[in-house]
Design a protein around this ligand. Structure first.
Ligand code: SIN
Ligand code: CO
Length: 387
């Protein structure tokens, strides 16, 4: 399972991505933690962040506490058998967000967040599987990881104080991860990490809408556009031969209704739009707030001139696609779709780039009024922030 050659992104995509786990030694050479254990503990005390503390003081004993944690909680923990996990640290620490760029061989809209965990020696969240792809990047310290077979909803698991743990864990591979090493796990592969030397692990987790989410989201979009006058009809009306026949649902009319429903669903243009909106939904939409005073179109240029920076909100998500028909562009920001002419490609590229550069000169990328309107809208929704 350990990659024997230097990491090659195309080889990784061909052989491992979504297929099988792989250990990539030295994925980042001379890796240094972009956040310290002390800073992580501080973040776990903040109400805006989602954090968990898992203690495992003995065989098969696990307790789960949700943050925010009291600062004094850390004094009680001792030096073994606990793990602190904080979600979406990339939204709070720019150096952690920069880790996302190491994974630029994958579409960036697929990245959900960077979770950071600190494990004391013996600390573990127990044997489990996750529904999503994850890269476990070892920071300082070391952790011992075991990987088992692929599991699914039918794999026996038990709920231990809110943690879903596998009843049986069959280790097929194990390795001790050192700073800069990465263990990639496709969805479903069982795994179990245990702290050896106290230290950090950076989990770059990916999002993938489930079929149920796609069905729900796409059909909700279609429902919004549905014509209430379009209803079930019975084109094959026949006088029933008996009372029993009168209660029977006619198979041909049923097929007709089913075909009509499939025709409504068979709308790729709408699906594309819906999909971009779905995958650009922010994880924490409540953190993206409009400015107290909305910016007016006539003051946009002056405000950009006077501000020191225009930044993407760290919780905001951007993605884009070319329209299937015509040459227009669709830009997706925080679950909304914006249609733009092809001439706005530079604006769309700038908005969707993962880097942190100051976007104060963004109007220079705008080729049309549509572009300027979008910039104004995004400042007024809070997705772009004037500082
Ligand atoms: C950890 O960071 O210890 C747990 C991450 C995981 O197993 O998904
Ligand atoms: Co996991």
């Amino acid at each position: 399972m350990e990659l024997k050659t230097a990491f090659n992104p195309q080889q990784f995509l061909d052989e491992y991505w979504q297929k099988k786990p792989v250990l990539i030694r030295g994925f980042i050479a001379d890796f240094e933690d972009p956040v310290s254990a002390e800073e992580l503990a501080g973040l776990a005390c903040e109400a805006e962040l989602e954090s968990r503390l898992i203690c495992n003081p003995g065989e098969n004993r696990y307790t789960l506490e949700h943050g925010p944690l009291a600062e004094t909680r850390f004094d009680e923990l001792g030096d073994a058998d606990w793990t602190l996990l904080v979600q979406a640290v990339d939204q709070w620490v720019a150096e952690v967000a920069a880790l996302r760029r190491r994974f630029d061989f994958l579409p960036n809209w697929r990245i959900e967040d960077v979770m950071v965990s600190f494990a004391a020696p013996g600390g573990s969240v127990g044997p489990h599987f996750d529904q999503y792809d994850v890269f476990l990047l070892q920071g300082s310290g070391s952790r011992h990881w075991q990987v088992g077979p692929r599991c699914d909803a039918s794999s026996p698991s038990r709920n231990v104080n809110g943690l879903s743990l596998l009843e049986q864990f069959q280790s097929q591979y194990s390795a001790r991860l050192e700073p800069g090493d990465v263990l990639y796990l496709p969805p479903g592969f069982s795994h179990w990490g245990v702290g050896v030397e106290p230290g950090l692990c950076f989990s770059i987790g990916f999002r993938a809408p489930s079929m149920a989410e796609m069905l729900e989201g796409f059909s909700n979009n279609l429902i919004d556009q549905a014509d209430p006058a379009q209803r079930y009809t019975d084109p094959r009306a026949v006088v029933p031969a008996s009372a029993v026949e009168a209660a029977r649902i006619d198979p041909e009319n049923l097929q007709d209704a089913f075909n009509k429903l499939l025709q409504v669903l068979d709308n790729k243009t709408e699906f594309d739009r819906y999909f971009g909106m779905q995958v650009s939904q922010p994880r924490y939409p409540e953190q993206i707030l409009p400015p107290t005073e909305p910016l007016q179109p006539e003051t946009l240029a002056d405000s950009l001139q006077q501000c020191s920076a225009l930044l993407r909100h760290p919780a905001s998500r951007f993605a884009w696609m070319r329209e299937e028909k015509g040459d227009g562009l669709l830009c997706f920001v925080d679950g909304e779709a914006f249609s733009l002419p092809a001439s706005e490609a530079q604006l769309v590229n700038t908005l969707c780039d993962l880097s942190f550069e100051n976007l104060r000169k963004i109007t220079q990328c705008c080729a049309s009024q549509d572009g300027l309107d979008l910039v104004l809208k995004l400042i007024n929704s809070g997705s772009l922030v004037l500082e």
